[in-house]
Design a protein around this ligand. Sequence first.
Ligand code: GRF
Length: 216
Amino acid sequence: MSQTCDVVVLLSGTGSNLQALIDSARTGDSPVRIAAVISNRADAYGLQRARDAGIDTRTLDHKAFEGREAFDAALIELIDAFNPKLVVLAGFMRILSADFVRHYQGRLLNIHPSLLPKYKGLHTHQRALEAGDTEHGCSVHFVTEELDGGPLVVQAVIPVELHDSPQSLAQRVHAQEHLIYPMSVRWFAEGRLSLGEQGALLDGKLLAASGHLIRT
Ligand code: GRF
């Protein structure tokens, strides 16, 4: 079995993706160990999920800092105290500075509720419906300096149904997030996933621009 891979998760909200990661890391043969969960919001429910699972938690309130750079520098210090191999953004509602992103180059993953490069930013389900898209989904990607950009690792594609609302779509997309995020983190932990000069590599092979595609 591969060595343990310590992971730090950053979040600001409910943390259903964190829960999926916790559940997946609990399976006997997983090399993933969630070393800490850090939030910029003390009331994030994700922190409670972490405490319930016996995981270390920290809160770093961005409002206590003057500017993005100062906050990000303190965040780096906090994260690095846990010496993680991988940092996972799971609904962390902060734009990260270039310095932060560069510091974790090749070991920073994010999940986004759209089929990137479509619908970067917020309200992705609403926007997919308004555009009349027949397909929607979610994406895991390595983080680069471009907001919601960066080489794609996995995309899960779901059909948009005739009577979908933003809520029903969000629910089905979330279910896919809970599958593809633990899978991607595990690939990284097993040493199968890395960031190369041309994009994301899985088992040493360059992934397609859309990442590994999963259709339901
Ligand atoms: C997810 O939709 C994810 O794609 C986005 O933030 C949301 C986090 O949800 N980045 P949760 O807190 O994991 O439930």
